[in-house]
Design a protein around this ligand. Structure first.
Ligand SMILES: NC(=O)c1ccc[n+]([C@@H]2O[C@H](COP(=O)([O-])OP(=O)(O)OC[C@H]3O[C@@H](n4cnc5c(N)ncnc54)[C@H](O)[C@@H]3O)[C@@H](O)[C@H]2O)c1
Length: 432
């Protein structure tokens, strides 16, 4: 029986880790402690899972006490992004294993500190990059490993976030670079990790442009220049297109979303936590639009863009190699795409030959059936019959963060940024 403690009793912790631990993996897993800075989080979690009523609760400064009293084997890190690094390093100092949500940290410097701590520790870090587990994404990995497209030369990836999901980042802590690293880290680290994993190449250099176009005080959609509004009490919300698009006048949002639990938050009123801050506040200064070019160590070039305020959500991907090309387009969150969309397939074009369309086998569960599989790898150990590695370690986490940091730094400094300049002196960790 493995003993787990959760640091950051977020919605993500409840859905992705605590729920499966208590239900599917109860024979091998035991939740021994909860840690959060907000006691109301414990209440909400225990109301959802009454069987853990007895589990002890610890405040943010009580990590040492938690370890001493409950003797966990593994620390699950699922709090606000800026809190990850300290809990990961403290766990490693106790030789404990760590499972952390993405992004592993909010800065490359913190990622480097983690790799150094891991090199000194018996503990190992796993970063739960669940996008790798989508059946479309594993199929692409397999096509590349089969050599179908040869040596990869270039990748085009355009990621689209809709007005509902995109604006939600600007209503919460995610809008603050100090707390999330900005969206090129908080969100794009998923995408940079996917590329690193598919290509089996490391990012070397990044150049990018970025801007704040939709949110913040200067937005053309801002109904009135005034700081500190909240949607629940806002006097001008009926003039706010982002609000009226997704809410009725009686304030009942009726959309499917796996990140935001606004209803629960409104009802439970977490301490000092508002999920409905105004998306036009002048404190917002992160970017909502990026284009970036990334060069990789074995020669591939990436052309990447992301936009956080679009009419629908999804992505377009093309991977080009010396022997062919893979293409796919995804329309995400069907309940929020306002028009009929084609089913996702993967098109394979050999450089000289007939096109093939691949219909991917999906499974039940979140992210096209990817979530139940990553949960099995996390709680039962990585599937030994899979012919390639898929669970990420700290180095994967670090490269994803460093690429995201290079993106926003390049925007600010108007120059290319070398990844090694951010991760300089990193120590290699050998994983068995
Ligand atoms: N892989 C994915 O697809 C995915 C999806 C959603 C969220 N996430 C990640 O999961 C994590 C949680 O995200 P969320 O949106 O559910 O968060 P959330 O806003 O619901 O919760 C954040 C939690 O952190 C706690 N916290 C803040 N400061 C703390 C501190 N100093 N010590 C301990 N706890 C502290 C808050 O009280 C809260 O419980 C984030 O790292 C996020 O990036 C990943």
């Amino acid at each position: 029986m493995k003993k787990y403690a959760v640091c950051g009793v977020s919605k993500r912790a409840n859905d992705m880790f605590i729920n499966p631990m208590l239900k599917k993996f109860a024979n091998t897993s035991q939740l021994v402690a909860l840690l959060d800075k907000d006691p109301k989080r414990f209440k909400v979690c225990k109301a959802e899972f009454p069987q853990i009523d007895h589990v002890p609760e610890y405040s943010e400064g009580e990590f040492e006490k938690l370890v001493e009293e409950t003797k966990p084997d593994v620390i699950i890190v699922t709090g606000r992004d800026d809190t990850h690094a300290d809990y990961i390093i403290k766990a490693l100092e106790h030789d404990l294993d760590v499972i952390t949500e993405k992004p592993m940290t909010t800065t490359a410097a913190d990622s480097k500190r983690i790799m150094e701590a891991e090199a000194r520790s018996k503990g190992r870090v796993t970063v739960t990059f669940n996008y790798r587990y989508s059946p479309f994404h594993t199929k692409i990995k397999e096509l590349i490993l089969e050599g179908k497209i040869g040596r990869i030369t270039s990748v085009d990836l355009n990621w689209y976030i809709d007005t509902y999901h995109g604006s939600s980042y600007f209503q919460r802590w995610n809008r603050n670079r100090e707390l999330s690293g900005g969206l090129s880290i908080h969100k794009s680290s998923h995408h940079f990790d996917l590329i690193n994993w598919w290509l089996d190449q490391k990012p070397v250099e990044v150049f990018s442009f970025g801007a704040l176009n939709y949110y913040g005080n200067d937005s053309e959609h801002n109904p009135r220049e005034e700081d500190g509004r909240h949607c629940v009490t806002c006097k001008v919300k009926q003039d706010c297109a982002y609000y009226t698009r997704w809410n009725t006048r009686s304030n009942t949002a009726n959309v499917k979303d796996d990140h935001i639990d606004s209803d629960a938050r409104r009802k439970n009123g977490y301490t000092n936590y508002r999920p409905d801050q105004c998306i036009f506040d002048s404190e917002i200064e992160i970017e909502d639009t990026y284009t970036a070019t990334v060069k990789y160590d074995k020669g591939a070039l990436l052309s990447y863009s992301i936009n956080f305020s679009l009419p629908y959500e999804g992505y377009r991907l093309a991977i080009n190699g010396t022997k062919g090309r893979i293409e796919t387009t995804e329309y995400h969150a069907p309940s929020r795409v306002p028009f009929p969309v084609p089913e996702q397939t993967i098109d394979y074009y050999p450089l000289f030959g007939a096109k093939e369309t691949i219909h991917v086998v999906k499974r039940e569960g979140g992210h096209g059936g990817g979530d139940p599989v990553i949960q099995e790898d996390i709680f039962l150990g990585e599937d030994p019959t899979r012919p390639y590695r898929i669970l990420s370690g700290s180095e994967d986490g670090a490269y994803a963060v460093a690429t995201g940091e290079a993106v926003w730094r390049s925007v600010k400094e108007k120059r290319p940024i070398a990844i090694e300049s951010l991760l300089v002196g990193k120590q290699q960790v050998t994983t068995s």
